[in-house]
Design a binder for this molecule. Structure first.
Ligand code: ADP
Ligand code: MG
Length: 606
């Protein structure tokens, strides 16, 4: 038997390993199973090129718990190690790796570290008071050896008996890690990290992994059903996805994966962190913020890349050239796929727009590269149900909706039910009103006015219909200046919750007598403010700005101005104002009750 000391700089490296990674000690399973997978894959390769003779046997990895001995054992049928190799790989190579790793990260907050690849074999000491390695190399006439180390730099190495080729790693769990004797605990960790490892893994005599997940296959080998089944495997409780993108790149970086577009409802709480990141089928993380463009975090599925540096901090990842390339590649693929569906099956594209629209708009708001592409397939649906691309909308509204500055005015509604009266009038004039009803549309409108040239968004109720497209001043009213002034005074109704401005204009005779509008600019400011906290909340609580436009040409006003009963005249005017507010949904509570009572009075009871 050989006794020795692991050559260490830091005498107390084991306590550091234990303490340092305490918060994530699950990963010892990932590390040791990954090693078993590596050894198994090497065995396959050696056998296939004729370097290893003899039977391959059943290449599987087994995890076993011995509650009595308080051990967890991981066994493989891989290449194994000779005594010399144990000395080289475990006492020297693996150890220097662990040391280097600790040197690098000692100062850092442990939560910042992902994928602690590099710590490898020595992560077993996070949970063990003693680790035993029993291994027999594939090499002919190799003698099995047993290595043992109790978490001090001392180790022992001796010859032993072992029937089969491969390695058993036996961990004698320490006091704090007895939880891993609980099968359920191990099962959970295995499901998280080892679910798609490429070698069959057995725990409690049941295979826990799918060694050939869909993303590792060629797209040509997969049917629609295969993709849908894989989605179900990942997200058993979700509705079927809309479509998917199979990524398969090997130059200039390695990236495979399948990204799914889930079905999203308008009211749906946007969920991120649904994409899982793997490295050669080993689960790394489901927080992919730095690797996937922000707007694509709405997607789901799997990315697998050995080229994403995993043992570095998050902030470093963002600057990594491979990560940036991967980012750009994914964005391009997604845009291409959307364009392809748009071009080949526009009906299907339109049917899915309710969900797709969110990705596309979010993408256009946050990523200028994406805008260039998305301009071709962004669609806007008008109140009659017809879809337009930006170019199609421009053509359809070419003359009617161009304002005096030459800008194309996109008329929109955020609530077709509530803004119905305005929509009807706009449509009657031949305008096309598009629906922008989702939570992100506010921001979208603001952003796209900046990104698109010569386009202006105007909400359909932001002004009287005649003035929506800013072409010229409104017409003259038939009333005298005196009468106009009188009307203005009469309409100066006080409504505490609203900030009302009154104007008298000469609209057409068949236009309504009074129209209440909410000026675009002020309304947008308020909408934006309500999405922020602090001062934003204060502005958001300010009264709504409303403009009452009195149509001086409406025949009603001749009678109202001639009315001699002061009280009746005031009531009539007040009612007209309230009717206009009612059509904007601005009449509530007390003011609504007053309106109802006044209407009854006006019907002539008195
Ligand atoms: P890494 O896997 O990054 O090389 P580890 O610390 O995980 O680092 O492992 C160190 C070395 O020990 C491996 O490179 C391998 O040579 C050897 N080794 C570890 N586990 C096994 C195993 N189950 N079978 C064969 N060799 C192993
Ligand atoms: Mg390893």
């Amino acid at each position: 038997m050989q006794k020795g000391n692991i050559r260490v700089q830091t005498e107390n490296i084991f306590p550091i390993i234990k303490k340092f990674l305490y918060s994530e000690h699950d990963i010892f399973i990932r590390e040791l199973v990954s090693n078993a997978v590596d050894a198994t894959q090497k065995m396959k390769t050696l056998s296939s090129i004729g370097e290893a003779k003899g039977e391959l046997g059943e290449l599987k990895i087994e995890i076993k718990i011995d509650a009595e001995k308080k051990t967890v054992t991981i066994s493989d049928r891989g290449i194994g190690m000779t005594g010399e190799e144990v000395d080289k790989y475990l006492n020297q190579v693996a150890f220097s790796g662990a040391e280097e790793f600790l040197d690098k990260y000692k100062g850092q907050n442990e939560n910042n570290i992902i994928g602690h690849f590099g710590l490898g074999f020595y992560s077993s000491f996070m949970v063990s008071e003693k680790v035993e390695v029993i291994t027999r190399s594939f090499k002919e006439d190799a003698v099995a050896v047993r290595w043992e180390c109790d978490g001090s730099p001392e180790f022992t190495l001796e010859d032993t008996e072992k029937e089969t080729r491969g390695t058993d790693i036996v961990m004698y769990l320490n006091e704090e890690s007895q939880e891993f004797l609980e099968p359920h605990r191990i099962q959970t960790v295995l499901e998280k990290f080892c679910r798609f490892l490429p070698v069959p893994i057995f725990f409690e005599d049941k295979q826990i992994n799918n060694p050939t997940p869909a993303w590792t296959k060629k797209p040509s080998e997969l049917t629609t059903e295969d993709y849908q089944n894989f989605y179900k495997e990942l997200y058993p409780f979700n509705e079927a996805p809309l479509f998917w993108i199979h990524l398969n790149v090997d130059y200039p970086f390695n990236l495979t994966g399948i990204l799914y577009f889930p079905k999203i409802k308008q009211s749906y709480e946007i969920q991120k962190d649904k994409i899982q990141l793997y490295s050669n089928q080993v689960f790394v993380t489901d927080e992919v913020k730095e690797i996937v463009p922000e707007f694509l975090m709405l997607l789901q599925g799997v990315l697998d890349s050995p080229d994403i540096p995993l043992n570095v901090s998050r902030s470093y990842l963002q600057g990594d050239p491979n990560v940036r390339k991967i980012n750009a590649h994914i964005t391009k693929k997604v845009a291409d796929k959307l364009e392809e569906i748009f071009k080949t099956d526009r009906t299907a594209f339109e049917e899915k727009w309710e969900s797709l629209g969110l990705f596309v708009k979010y993408g256009m708001m946050t990523d200028d590269k994406f805008v260039e592409k998305a301009n071709k397939f962004l669609i806007l649906q008008d109140t009659e149900g017809k879809f337009f691309t930006l170019d199609e909308y421009k053509i359809a509204t070419e003359t009617l909706q161009k304002n005096k500055d030459g800008k194309q005015v996109i008329l929109y509604t955020t609530d077709p039910v509530q803004q119905d009266a305005f929509i009807q009038q706009a449509v009657a004039k031949g305008y096309k009103v598009v629906k922008l009803e989702t939570i992100i549309d506010n921001g979208f409108v603001n952003q796209m006015e900046m990104k698109w040239e010569n386009v202006q968004f105007v909400r359909v109720d932001s002004d009287i219909t005649d003035n929506l497209i800013d072409k010229q001043e409104g017409g003259e009213s038939v009333l005298s200046k005196d009468d106009e002034a009188k009307l203005k005074e009469l309409f100066g109704v006080k409504i505490p919750e609203l900030n009302v401005t009154v104007e008298v204009k000469g609209l057409s005779v068949d236009a309504p007598p009074v129209v209440a509008t909410r000026p675009e600019f002020m309304r947008r400011m308020k909408d934006m403010a309500s999405m922020q906290g602090g001062m934003g909340a204060f502005y958001a609580s300010m009264p709504d700005e409303v403009t009452l436009t009195v149509n001086g040409n409406h025949p009603l006003f001749k009678n109202i101005l001639a009315e001699t009963e002061k009280d009746k005249q005031e009531k009539q005017v007040h009612n007209l104002a309230d009717l206009a507010l009612l059509s904007q949904g601005l009449l509530k509570g007390n003011t609504l009750t007053n309106f109802i009572n006044r209407s009854v009075d006006l019907m002539g009871a008195k």
